[in-house]
Design a protein around this ligand. Structure first.
Ligand SMILES: [Zn+2]
Length: 242
């Protein structure tokens, strides 16, 4: 992949993945874009990673996780999903800006430092094969592969499969999302040895309500995963949720 990036440098000068401005090296972000990004740092819910406004003691949980423990053990995200990160992710998802992954890797490694240090394998949230054909690539798999390579963790792109095509979720509320993805994933029967007894990190681009990653985590647990954590580039943060 780095060879590909080097070749692309010769042809195309590196540009900021957010603003399109020329920058010094691939993966660099312009000063203007940097100001509009909001990185998630402590304090946050120890389980789902929801950022808290005030300092907390120990491994504090948010009200939602206290009410019902998530299907995964921990979820971490690098960025708040705001206008800047949304444009970036949409460009990455639909605009073939696959070189943007260079910028994401260090952010995701920093956000997921505690889960990546204990990880055995990184698994992306899968796309249904029809959607994969239309988009040509799975953005979660591209992110997962780059993070795995940089962190020195095994990567298994097809550990999970979608058992059915699901509606796109942009317009659905939390309950509808849950219903939409219920039992939509299972472990690939040929990849059970990669999952059973392993500490799995599930990678996706955005954590919205957690419905998709929760269903994936259930499928991984059913296949015998010892632990399932979640690492995403961005996370929706609704003010007043906690
Ligand atoms: Zn939480």
């Amino acid at each position: 992949m780095s060879y590909l990036f080097k070749c692309m440098d010769v042809i195309l000068p590196p540009r900021c993945p957010f603003t399109g401005e020329l920058v010094d090296s691939p993966g660099m972000v312009s000063a203007e874009a940097w100001k509009s990004l909001s990185f998630i740092g402590a304090p946050f819910c120890h389980a789902c990673g929801f950022p808290f406004e005030f300092a907390t003691q120990g491994e504090a949980l948010c009200a939602a996780c206290l009410g019902e423990a998530p299907a995964y053990s921990r979820a971490r995200a690098a960025l708040v999903y705001n206008d800047a990160s949304r444009d970036f992710i949409l460009g990455f998802k639909h605009g073939d800006q696959t070189q943007s992954v260079v910028a994401m890797v260090p952010w995701m490694k920093a956000a997921g430092v505690d889960i990546l240090s204990a990880a055995d394998v990184i698994v992306p949230v899968p796309l249904h094969r029809w959607r994969l054909l239309r988009r040509r690539y799975n953005q979660s798999a591209l992110i997962g592969k780059a993070v795995a390579k940089s962190a020195g963790v095994e990567f298994c792109p097809d550990a999970l499969v979608r058992t059915r095509a699901t509606e796109t979720q942009g317009h659905l509320n939390a309950n509808e999302r849950k219903k939409n993805v219920r039992s939509a994933f299972e472990a690939h029967p040929k990849r059970l040895s990669v999952i059973a007894g392993k500490r799995v990190v599930l990678v996706d681009d955005v954590y919205t309500t957690g419905a998709t990653v929760s269903e994936c985590a259930k499928a991984l647990a059913k296949a015998g995963a010892a632990d399932v954590s979640v690492l995403t580039l961005a996370r929706v943060v609704r003010p007043g949720r906690v």
